[in-house]
Ligand binder design. Sequence first.
Ligand SMILES: [Zn+2]
Length: 343
Amino acid sequence: MFIYDPALAVSLEEYGILIPSKPDKLRKPLAYLERRLGDVPRERWFAPLRHGLVTREDLERVHDGEFIGRLYGGGEEAEEEVIRAFELRDATGAWYRYDPSRAVRPLAGLFERELETASGTLQACLTAAETGFCFLLSGGRHHAQYAWGDGFCLINDVAIAADAFLRRRRARKVWIIDVDAHKGDGTAALAADRPDIVTLSIHMGDSWPLTEERRALGGHPSFIASDIDIEINRGEDGRYLGALAAGLERLARFSPAGGKPDLALVVDGSDPYEKDELPSTSGLRLTAEQMLERDTMVYRFLKERGIPSAWLTAGGYGDASHEVYERFFGWLIDNGEIPVGKK
Ligand SMILES: [Zn+2]
């Protein structure tokens, strides 16, 4: 199953935020699916977004209550939280990558988009548990921390959905496999004391959020370890797939006493791709072939073990992000992995 909703693909530019995270990253893969699966009844492969699935209580179980209160309160306090999460002011207090004159929506309104995104992520988890596989064209705000948003992530839909899934399904364990270029630092911090949420992150070892500046602060939550962290440094692209395979094997052995998980959430950022345009992703330059191998390796690893998987698009910047998802979707279709049933 695939989930998409235009409300999740509203461009950041409509809020005046000048980050090259483009709606085409989500829209073009949907158009690709429509071309490839045009003859198949839509309800066999597509699920509309269930609006409002995630509640305030779900957010408050994972995040600081006062932080969530400011977001629900709207106005200037919510706006300040968005400014912080998207780093829209520089050290002098001047606007940075934010142009209010281009905004057609209020900054504080971004919370609504992100709340809907978290609903989509939870829906993807619940759908995957029933069907084996679900891909949400959105989600993956893995940098949001306990009491503040960070790295373009206002609230951590990954941790929120994992927690809500565990309770709603009375499940015992969720894996979070994060293959975005950046460390899933917020998720690692939020799941640090949770034996029921096991985290693996493979990421650039020498780039944001793991900066020297943050390290020097001491005790910054970005450095809280995932259960399994795999660091790939600049120039080590050739090591990536082998390191991922070894990491997945470690994950499989991580808690044998606890049995296999009820679900895996895959934070499937396209920003390790060599065509990604965000400066802070330049430390990873995987080719299109390596990106496809990454996705299919994770997919097969989970399928072979009978573990349902919910996938999120996470980070991806510039005009080429959509290519990564289209290649993966094409592989799924070509290999009969999308169970569309008879026409
Ligand atoms: Zn990223």
